[in-house]
Design a protein around this ligand. Structure first.
Ligand code: SF4
Ligand code: SF4
Length: 189
């Protein structure tokens, strides 16, 4: 995949900085708090701190072809703890969109299972329920791997960052209508 496919010849860094949540990327001081706090950093090819450094070095091809952003589970720990307000979570999601936009495919066979768990969670509850989603994901992929996440789960639960019981969402029906319309427009069943 060519690294010279950035829109309108702007740098990759500028492109990421222009995404919602990406505007503070230049404020990163490479302290490593995000990587140290990320519960799935060991699954990523490049942990959040390194991804930020690579974006700033304009390493578009390496960043977008990596599996890092696809493993983000939106726990927002890095977001909360970043001393510079960089918002690594938003950057991870911006990278997913950019990867799709430029035709990069997620690596690894477990990732589609993650998306399916995510979409099923949204479809049934109207919003993502992280505990149920991760449970579903590990049951469908590698139940034993969930054991090493138990300390992280306890930490998230104790900080009230991951409720066990799904919270009711307002407008679940409206969301279903929007999803149906979107699928119609995209010609999906
Ligand atoms: S926590 Fe914030 S400032 Fe520190 S490395 Fe991560 S993004 Fe950069
Ligand atoms: S929001 Fe994503 S990148 Fe940040 S700590 Fe959680 S899983 Fe890691």
């Amino acid at each position: 995949m060519s690294s010279n496919i950035t829109s309108k010849n702007i740098s990759f860094l500028d492109e990421v900085a222009a995404t919602p949540g990406g505007s503070k990327i230049r404020a990163c001081i490479q302290c490593g708090m995000c990587s140290g706090t990320c519960p799935v950093a060991n699954e990523m090819e490049y942990a959040p701190r390194k991804i930020i450094a690579m974006i700033r070095a304009d390493m578009k091809d390496e960043v977008l072809s990596s599996n890092s952003m696809w493993h983000c589970v939106s726990c927002y720990l890095c977001y909360d703890r970043c001393p510079r307000g960089v918002k690594p979570t938003e950057i991870a999601h911006a990278l997913e969109s950019l990867a799709v936009k430029y035709g990069y495919r997620p690596k690894g066979t477990r990732n589609p299972a993650m998306y399916r768990s995510f979409v099923n969670s949204i479809k049934s509850r109207g919003r993502v329920h992280e505990f149920g989603m991760m449970l579903n994901y590990y049951l469908k992929t590698n139940p034993l791997a969930s054991l090493k996440m138990i300390p992280v789960a306890f930490k998230l639960l104790s900080h009230k960052r991951m409720p066990i019981k799904p919270e009711p969402a307002v407008g679940t029906e409206d969301l279903a209508k929007i999803t149906r319309k979107f699928r119609e427009i995209r010609g999906q069943s």
